[in-house]
Design a protein around this ligand. Sequence first.
Ligand code: HEC
Ligand code: HEC
Length: 150
Amino acid sequence: MKKQTRNLTLALVAAVSFGTFGGQAAFAQQVQSLRGAPVDAAEPATPAAHIRPDGPAIARDYVQQPPLIPHKVEGYEVTKNFNKCMDCHAWSRYQEFNATKVSLTHFKDRDGGELSNISPRRYFCLQCHIPQTDAKPLVDNNFKRAEGLR
Ligand code: HEC
Ligand code: HEC
């Protein structure tokens, strides 16, 4: 009889512990993203992408491509009153900073007229030029560099 009581107690303890862990497992399985996709809570989070460190110019993939930015741009102000990019990329400054001068196409107004300073159409540089991160591409692609640039 005494032995039976002890066995029963052990069985109860086992049942309670199983219930606890079983409950946690069920909870983990129920985690969902805000859009309803299931999330594997055991999977480590994707590491945040980092802007690649400053480096030399990045080869272009097609002739009319806006060159990619090979340096950090965090904190560079481009507003109505001030354009940080032109601090180094203006024709009057580029030599001092060893930067590429803005393309002469950036001085044309929308009717093809030549301006004496950067065109308003080309003022917001980050519309077209973008810095690069070390993030893995979300989708594979087999784009090949234009023939004349290989
Ligand atoms: C402190 C100076 C400085 C500032 C400010 C700066 N750049 Fe640059 N940038 C450089 C230098 C130097 C290079 C050239 C790197 C090389 O070729 O080795 C460069 C390269 C580039 C290139 C690549 C050019 C090519 O021919 O491939 C682009 C595009 C560019 N910068 C855009 C920008 C934009 C857009 C901003 C503002 C958000 C900006 N830069 C601000 C110094 C600067
Ligand atoms: C509407 C898109 C657009 C905007 C805005 C723009 N660019 Fe460009 N940029 C281009 C394209 C496209 C090219 C390559 C073809 C060419 O030279 O026009 C280029 C070329 C360049 C080059 C390389 C020039 C060379 O001689 O190889 C630099 C440097 C540059 N841009 C800097 C800037 C800066 C700085 C700004 C902001 C003041 C800016 N761009 C705004 C599209 C743009």
